[in-house]
Design a protein around this ligand. Structure first.
Ligand code: PBG
Length: 324
């Protein structure tokens, strides 16, 4: 009790650093990149200042710059030349992500861990994450699963080190695990977007990846922001189906979910600090309303404190620069 107990004693000078409970390391960062086969020079995303669509020909240079900053991993999102009903440009050996993976791996080998996002929404003409029944406007679950399996296998064949299914189809982790195993990719881990909420914070990403829907939304497969118990069920199923890492997405509005999943599952846990979270801080900083470096650090350390072991963030390069 005061005056014997004075919390301020440990808040000053070196001791403040020594009692810090959480730390942020460059090894916590995953750098997200949009690789785009329709452009020939890097193009900034309007709603995400400082974030670029990168042409396939430039992707190895981009990865090299990240590796030079000490960033251990990147996650790739593809923007393809062609889209169709099925999203077939997701799984061809010469499609955008597969080419990009080969470019990065041949340049950097083990110096960059390459993760690929496995979903169909960037590749389908309708922009949905699965096959669509137009009569009912339903996103069909089971017919989508083999396509996700096929996509994951094509990424692994190109040299991807890890796959990250993000489509929130039921049974998707099992389908991807089985497809990988059947093709001798038993050692490729799966980072599952286990608790992915139906969030308006993905807005800028959909501009960046040209993946908006032409009708409807993603609420029939992505989670209701009001739910928390459901996240534990999603994570339990994904773990049973073979997920090696579970992810919570978005991050900042869902710190309670990160904390809960880390505590309940004690699994390697990732958080996705999404496009809208980035855009908010950027916009306010550009207006001079927030100090960008400080809010970036505070956001990322808070995500770690909540329980994340690793963070996918558009701030990866800026943060790595500071940590260096
Ligand atoms: C789906 C996917 C999305 C994001 C990552 N993977 C978009 C969506 O569900 O619409 C969003 C990431 C972000 O907002 O930064 N392929």
């Amino acid at each position: 009790m005061f005056p014997e107990r004075r919390m301020r004693r440990l808040r000053n000078g070196k001791i403040r650093d020594m009692v810090r409970e959480t730390s942020l390391s460059v090894n916590d960062l995953i750098y997200p990149v949009f690789v785009n086969e329709t452009i020939d020079k890097p193009t900034e995303v309007a709603s995400m200042p400082g974030v670029f669509n990168v042409p396939v020909e430039k992707i190895a240079d981009d990865a090299k710059e990240a590796a030079d900053l000490g960033i251990p991993a990147m996650i790739l999102f593809g923007v393809p030349e062609t889209k169709d009903e099925q999203g077939s440009s997701a799984w061809g050996d010469d499609d955008v992500v597969q080419r990009a993976v080969r470019e990065i791996k041949s340049e950097l080998g083990k110096d960059m861990l390459v993760i690929t996002d496995v979903c169909l929404c960037e590749y389908t003409s309708h922009g949905h994450c699965g096959m669509v029944n137009y009569d009912t406007e339903e996103i069909m679950n089971d017919p989508t699963l083999p396509l996700l399996g096929k996509t994951a296998v094509s990424h692994a064949r190109a040299g991807a080190d890890m796959v990250a299914p993000s489509g929130m189809m039921d049974g998707m982790i099992a389908a991807v695990r089985r497809a990988l195993d059947d093709n001798n990719f038993q050692n490729i881990p799966i980072m599952s977007y286990a608790a992915k909420y139906s969030s308006a914070f993905y807005g800028p990403f959909r501009d960046a990846a040209c993946s908006g829907c032409c009708f409807g939304d993603r609420s029939t497969h992505q989670m209701d922001p009001a739910n928390s118990d459901e996240a534990t069920m999603e994570a339990a199923l994904d773990v049973q189906e073979g997920a090696d890492i579970i992810m919570v997405k978005p991050a900042l509005p869902y710190l309670d979910i990160i904390y809960r999943l880390k505590t309940e599952f004690q699994m390697p846990t990732a958080a996705y600090n999404v496009s809208g979270e980035y855009a908010m801080l950027k916009a306010a900083s550009q207006n001079g309303w927030l100090d960008e470096k400080q809010v970036m650090y505070e956001s990322l350390i808070s995500i770690k404190r909540a329980g994340a072991d690793m963070i996918i963030t558009y701030f990866a390069r800026d943060m790595a620069e500071i940590l260096k």
